[in-house]
Write a protein that binds this ligand. Structure first.
Ligand code: GLA
Length: 508
């Protein structure tokens, strides 16, 4: 703790210091500075109706070990961490990503912290009035099959606001992005969906209808605008009471929200588990997602249904039963090589479950966001195409560079992703080279050899590994955009570190 003693102090300051010292000694834990144990409250986001969100942190301290729980409406996580003097770090052990939930310091009797590396948070000692509203439990429905909605025969393509804009998305940004989807050629390359992710949600009106917040003054008008450009509009919600960013979500209002989305002219819903995790046990994932699947279908509007629950509970096995068109198989992607590769590798076990109408989703693209090299972004695009992943650009389409355009709009690579056979490639690893092979509808195959190493190397594709119906007749390098020749049943090329050799090979 920062001490600020006034050595020239008056009697009053001396008295104040004595009280402070006395207070400190009550809280002090021998050898570990002050105790952080207790019940702490923070005020969070203010909703459009003035309602202030609260977070309550309950902590126990044993030596320098901290345990406890952090609660917001519909969202409770167990936390664990350490305290060193007045500094503390808290983690959520059940999260795969071991990034801290809260990092901060005890300063003048308050916890001043940063939440998830992003949001500044001040937690004060909680008063009895600091409590969260209780959320009534709603039984999940009995399981039944929701019929296929006939959509997403090939992996959905479009743009999503989250990776770059996160909470800074608004009506104007979506409109200008839609304009850019047309002027850049993205729409004509197949990127049709313009998807608003989290943070658009306002509050419910007197009839319980969810409204958009002040950032989106007229969602129906926005949908009309996006449609007038030959594009489709996507939106986001959660089966819990709050979205992952803490905005109102669809718990207990599934049918009503589906109707609202349909009335606005929404064409795509990403439905993110988030706070549903504090209400439903993981065994209820299927009926909870089924509820919104039914609700969407009963609107009669074709709405692509994107399940986002990070691959829990073998979603690939029951996703089609709830009319899911795609489901996330991983946690959130970050704009870095290791995260991108980890995400695509994590969905290898689910490969047999991908096919027309229902796709594994290793998360949205980071191409053009600036933290990978162009070679890495080419590999990102190629791998997403090879594993038949949804192609949802996550960059600023309005300002993208010529290189980014050439990566996102490589029509030959997009054709691999959009191949109607809908097979998902799996890798064969050989030292630092990983070879991904994808059979295509016309009998040809796509093959990508990724150089996972830190130096350039020679990659070789052997025709015998491709399971073609005869000797190679035609082969094309999909990044060099040129026909190439196999000689003695093989083709070799130099591949930079983290780059890819990507070919389409045919026996016809
Ligand atoms: C989760 C999802 C992300 C994004 C955010 C929004 O983390 O996995 O893709 O939708 O929520 O809060």
């Amino acid at each position: 703790m920062k001490k600020n003693l006034n050595r020239r102090g008056s009697l009053a300051t001396l008295a104040a210091s004595a009280i402070a010292l006395c207070f400190c000694s009550i809280l002090a834990v021998p050898g570990y500075g002050q105790s952080l144990a207790g019940r702490w409250a923070a005020t969070g986001r203010t909703l459009d109706n003035g309602e202030q969100q609260k977070s309550i942190l309950e902590l126990k301290q044993d030596g320098n070990e901290l345990t406890g729980e952090m609660k917001t409406l519909g969202y409770t996580v167990q936390v664990k961490g350490t305290a060193t003097e007045s500094h503390f770090e808290l983690f959520v052990p059940e999260w795969a990503q071991q990034k801290p939930l809260l990092v901060g310091d005890l300063v003048n009797g308050e916890l001043q912290a940063v939440e998830r590396g992003r949001r500044h948070m001040v937690l004060k000692p909680a008063t009895p009035a600091d409590d969260l509203p209780t959320v009534p439990y709603i039984d999940p429905p009995p399981i039944h099959k929701v019929p296929y909605n006939g959509l997403a025969k090939t992996p959905p393509m479009g743009w999503n606001s989250w990776n770059l804009f996160a909470g800074k998305i608004d009506d104007q940004t979506v409109r200008t992005m839609a304009d850019a989807m047309v002027s850049s050629g993205m729409r004509d390359a197949g990127y049709i969906y313009v998807n608003i992710d989290d943070t658009w949600e306002g509050v419910r009106d007197a009839n319980g209808n969810l409204q958009a917040n002040h950032k989106f003054p007229d969602m129906k008008a926005l949908a009309d605008y996006v449609h007038s450009k030959g594009l489709k509009l996507g939106i986001y919600s959660s089966p819990g009471p709050r979205t992952c960013a803490g905005y109102p979500a669809s718990y207990g209002h599934e049918e009503q929200d589906a109707k609202t989305f349909a009335a606005w002219g929404i064409d795509y819903l990403k439905y993110d588990w988030c706070s549903a995790g504090s209400i439903y046990k993981p065994e209820y994932l299927q009926p909870v997602y089924q509820k919104m699947g039914d609700a969407l279908q009963s609107t009669g509007r074709p709405i692509v249904y994107s399940l986002c629950e990070y691959g829990m509970g073998h979603v690939e096995k029951w996703g089609p039963e709830v009319s899911g068109n795609l489901w996330r198989t991983t946690g959130d992607i970050r704009d870095e090589w290791s995260s991108m590769i980890a995400n695509v590798e994590k969905q290898v076990p689910t490969a047999p479950y991908a096919g027309p109408g229902h796709w594994n989703d290793p998360d949205m693209l980071e191409i053009g966001n600036g933290h990978m090299t162009d070679d890495e972004y080419r590999t990102h695009m190629s791998l997403w195409a090879l594993v038949a992943a949804p192609l949802l650009a996550g960059n600023d389409i309005r300002t993208m560079s010529a290189v980014t355009k050439s990566i996102l709009m490589n029509k030959e690579v997009i054709a691999i992703d959009q191949d109607p056979l809908g097979k998902q490639a799996s890798p064969v690893n050989n030292g630092e080279l990983a070879t991904w092979i994808k059979p295509l509808a016309d009998g040809s195959v796509a093959v990508g050899v990724v150089n996972m190493g830190s130096a350039a190397t020679t990659a070789t594709v052997n025709a015998s590994e491709l399971q073609l119906n005869g000797p190679v007749k035609k082969a094309r390098d999909l990044w060099a955009h040129k026909n190439i020749r196999f000689s003695n049943g093989a083709y070799s090329a130099n591949v930079p570190s983290h780059g890819i050799l990507m070919l389409r090979v045919s026996a016809k």
